[in-house]
Design a protein around this ligand. Structure first.
Ligand code: ZN
Length: 459
């Protein structure tokens, strides 16, 4: 580690977090670094204590959870083990759409509610709140998991990112902080062209990041471009892939082209990092200090090695508790020990957000995740949506009307058309089809965006 990195790690970073009142991040980082190597049973004991606290708080302070607990005769004080939680009903996305405000703790300061929203790639979009303290613990979790890939505070990171609004505003204050502490390079792959790919390639060579954090599909696209143009890529120490499912063929191509290992990560807007690969690359260790993960088949827990729906309970967000939340992805839990020595449970596989790129008439590409997050998610009343493409510059929105059987308002459809044209080109043809429901794939995963168009960069 260079002297400058030491200064960042020991002086600039703590000072900055103190200045922005985020010093809880350091406390959590210290905790998570230590607890990851505790024995499995001890980690579960600690999770049980946090779970009891969340359940008692939710019962006392959140009208929604009080009604839920009472309706099934569940008394939080009776919880003896983590598995007792299964007595509570599963929290669906529609519950949050209809009862969000009743899920916020009545004693919570309105000044301490940070609002965020999900994309619509695994079902309907939702908006939710988290506390400032939870924001800090989430940041600490991300930093810990980045360290598994060899990164440390003060190291340069390149973000190959498919969602423009996540990329910070280019203010003087941000530039200064980024130059001194964060040391991030953001490459926006929300909509890409060949010339943009070439500029990303040169930017990576100039910036020389220790690791690349990337949307799986965006990086696969960049790897394919470099490969087909015989360009010698910049070789980072590792790549952290997130936000989309990392398909085996993409993994192989990215590792071959960039000549370094990939650390797969599973996360989402609601909880930030949920699980990540360690250097053993054998499943993804869960963020067990802050999240309790269940995998269920119907009402019963999935057996070891059996796939099922992933449910997440946030152990640290008291502002708006999320208890047994069905995230919309399918996974397999693995409780066997990992040779790395970490006591955190693992998810052996995760099947979820698979999205393709859409192709415009002028050959531009727009990531499905981008449209899910920044177009469809702005219409939370729309329900579940799926995008189809059979020809360049042509998009079909399939919209599930559900039991209500009502067609969405014209203003919503107008918004979809305007925004789709904004990103994919004014000459894009946008059509709609209203269906009763959008069935999942046989594996249980939902596909948000399916394109059958061949493109030089994606085929
Ligand atoms: Zn491990």
């Amino acid at each position: 580690m260079s002297i400058y990195q030491r200064i960042v790690r020991n002086v600039l970073y703590p000072l900055d977090r103190w200045r922005t009142r985020d010093s809880a991040e350091l406390r959590y980082l210290h905790e998570f670094e230590r607890t990851q190597f505790l024995p499995r049973e001890e980690i579960r004991e600690r999770a049980l204590e946090r779970l009891k606290r969340v359940l008692e708080h939710a019962h006392r302070r959140c009208p929604f959870y009080r009604r839920r607990s009472d309706s099934v005769g569940f008394i939080p004080g009776d919880l003896n083990s983590l598995s007792d939680l299964s007595a509570l009903p599963i929290l669906e996305k529609r519950d949050i759409q209809h009862h969000r405000d009743d899920m916020v703790a009545t004693n919570w300061s309105r000044d301490d509610l940070i609002q965020d929203q999900t994309g619509g790639s695994t079902g309907a979009a939702i908006s939710f709140f988290l506390s400032h303290d939870r924001k800090c613990s989430r940041a600490a979790a991300t930093w810990r998991h980045n360290r598994w890939a060899g990164w440390d505070i003060g190291d340069r990171v390149a973000m190959v990112w498919g969602s423009t609004p996540d990329i910070p505003e280019n203010t003087l204050k941000w530039r200064l902080r980024n130059l001194l502490i964060d040391r991030n390079l953001c490459l926006d792959t929300g909509h890409v062209t060949e010339s943009k790919m070439r500029s990303f390639h040169h930017a990576l060579k100039r910036f020389r990041p220790k690791i690349i954090q990337a949307y799986a599909k965006s990086l696969a696209l960049l790897a394919e471009y470099l490969d087909s143009h015989n360009l010698e890529p910049y070789q980072p120490q590792a790549i952290v892939s997130s936000a989309e499912v990392l398909e085996p063929a993409d993994r192989e191509r990215i590792e071959r082209v960039f000549g370094c290992p990939i650390f797969n990560r599973y996360g989402c807007r609601e909880f930030s990092v949920i699980a990540s690969e360690c250097p053993e690359h054998n499943g993804l260790h869960t963020m067990g200090e802050g999240l309790y993960i269940e995998v269920v088949r119907g009402d019963r827990p999935a057996r070891s090695g059996e796939s099922g729906a992933i449910l997440v309970t946030d152990l640290l967000n008291l502002a708006m508790p999320m208890i047994r939340y069905r995230i919309g992805d399918v996974g397999v839990l693995d409780e066997s020990t990992c040779p790395c020595g970490r006591g955190l449970s693992r998810l052996q596989s995760v099947e979820g957000r698979i999205t393709d790129f859409l192709v415009g008439n002028d050959n531009r590409l727009v990531s499905g995740v981008f449209l899910a997050t920044y177009v469809v998610a702005k219409l939370p009343g729309l329900g579940q949506v799926q995008l189809h493409q059979d020809a360049p510059g042509h998009v079909l929105y399939k919209i599930a009307m559900g039991a209500a059987s009502s067609v969405p308002p014209k203003s919503d459809l107008g918004f979809l058309e305007t925004e789709t044209k904004r990103y994919l080109g004014d000459d894009t043809k946008v059509e709609y089809e209203f269906v009763r429901e959008l069935p999942a794939e046989p594996s249980g995963k939902h596909r948000f965006c399916i394109s059958k168009v061949k493109h030089a960069l994606t085929s």
